[in-house]
Design a protein around this ligand. Structure first.
Ligand SMILES: Cc1cc2nc3c(=O)[nH]c(=O)nc-3n(C[C@H](O)[C@H](O)[C@H](O)COP(=O)(O)O)c2cc1C
Length: 365
């Protein structure tokens, strides 16, 4: 009863704001193009991906003479011979920090990428971003360019690149889909409850359960069940990770310190808690954008007493709520296998005990 009244209070606070919490992709298509071919490919890519577009413009544009590859003394020949050359870029993108995925396009010069791409890569911090090369060429493949970029910038999270010489829209879509499904949770970082950076690649080989939590929610007692799961399976490789979030009924108002203390004192929580984040909307944490892209709404458990209420509330805000992958409420759980892939999503109405079997399946050697 207490659970339901807490929940009803939350519904009133939540109101219609759920309708504005649509998932937003933060993707940028950047490109350098000397004669317009890569520019056209970048524009096509931007449209298919639904991204912003940014041209990497040389401070000093390349003339036809500069591009004469037959002339060993032309500007492009000299730049490509000198691995340390870094042609200056005009202007700087101010909001690079807003993007999680950055496509970088260029024409292939001398079987690799022009050195202005090195200038670009060294002008921004790509930590936490996924970077995807694309190129156009006379006939060369993109393979060498990708290898060179990976070798020069090994700390960047590179995805397989693609040559976009005369590709169809369908081919582009297939490639983008394969790039997206290639990502794993190991590509992401987040801040711990103490504000320290946690790299999810440190959890390689573990089975993970990622949960968005709140301290004043009808589902908060699930902390007990989650801790029980953790105690039961942690020696076999389960790690539960809580992401406190205040986006549902303002049920997580405290500081990271207060949240940690609450969980420890009231629910004996010993599994890791992260810093408070947003899981929906334009400020959604990249890890949640990725989680939601991997597993959409799983449906509420019909027999749970709060399922009907949740359904009514969410339908009021958005009659098609079930078809978008946004997080619906606190205590949505994502199960990640030992390879870093999402293998299950469980809505708040799935009690932790219901997760035992799926967790055990993933823990099997
Ligand atoms: C200096 C220079 C070197 C080039 N080297 C190659 C190459 O090694 N292999 C290739 O297939 N095409 C090469 N090309 C052709 C370009 O990659 C191709 O025309 C590209 O689509 C041009 O793109 P853009 O119009 O965006 O500048 C070269 C072009 C120039 C100007």
């Amino acid at each position: 009863m207490k659970q339901i009244s807490l929940f009803l209070a939350a519904l009133m606070m939540f109101g219609l704001s759920a309708s504005s919490q649509k998932q937003e992709k933060k993707t940028l298509v950047t490109y350098f193009s000397a004669t317009g071919t890569t520019k056209a490919a970048a524009k096509q890519l931007k449209t298919v991906v639904g991204a912003d577009l940014y041209e990497i413009k040389p401070a000093k544009p390349y003339t036809d003479a500069d591009l004469d590859w037959r002339n060993k003394q032309s500007r492009s020949s000299l730049e490509m011979k000198d691995k340390s050359s870094r042609p200056t870029i005009a202007g700087k993108l101010k909001n690079m920090k807003d993007y999680d995925v950055v496509y970088v396009g260029f024409p292939i010069w001398w079987n690799t990428c022009p050195t202005i791409i090195n200038t670009f890569m060294e002008s921004y911090d790509f930590k936490g971003k996924t970077v995807i090369p694309f190129a156009t060429s006379g006939s060369s493949s993109i393979k060498q360019s990708c290898e060179d970029l990976k070798k020069t910038y090994p700390q960047v999270n590179w995805k397989e690149g693609k040559l976009l010489n005369r590709v169809s829209k369908k081919e582009l879509e297939t490639w983008i889909k394969s790039v997206n499904t290639m990502s794993t949770i190991y590509d992401y970082t987040a801040l711990s409850n103490k504000g320290e950076e946690v790299n999810f690649s440190d959890y390689r080989g573990k089975v993970l359960l990622i949960v968005n939590t709140a301290s004043k929610c009808g589902f908060t007692p699930q902390y007990d069940g989650l801790e029980a799961l953790y105690q039961k399976y942690k020696d076999q490789g389960l790690v539960i990770i809580g992401f406190p979030c205040d986006q549902f009924g303002h049920q997580e108002p405290g500081t990271n310190e207060e949240i940690e203390e609450f969980c420890r004192l009231n629910h004996g929580v010993t599994f890791p808690l992260m810093s408070k984040i947003e899981v929906n909307g334009k400020n959604a944490h990249p890890i949640y954008r990725w989680l939601e892209s991997q597993a959409g709404f799983a449906g509420f458990t019909p027999e749970h007493p709060l399922s009907k209420l949740l359904d009514e509330m969410l339908s009021k805000a958005d009659s098609a709520y079930a078809s978008n992958p946004d997080i619906k409420w606190n205590f949505t759980k994502f199960l990640i296998n030992r390879k870093g892939e999402v293998v299950g999503r469980f809505e708040p109405t799935a009690e932790p005990t219901a997760l035992e079997k799926p967790i055990e399946e993933q823990l099997l050697p």
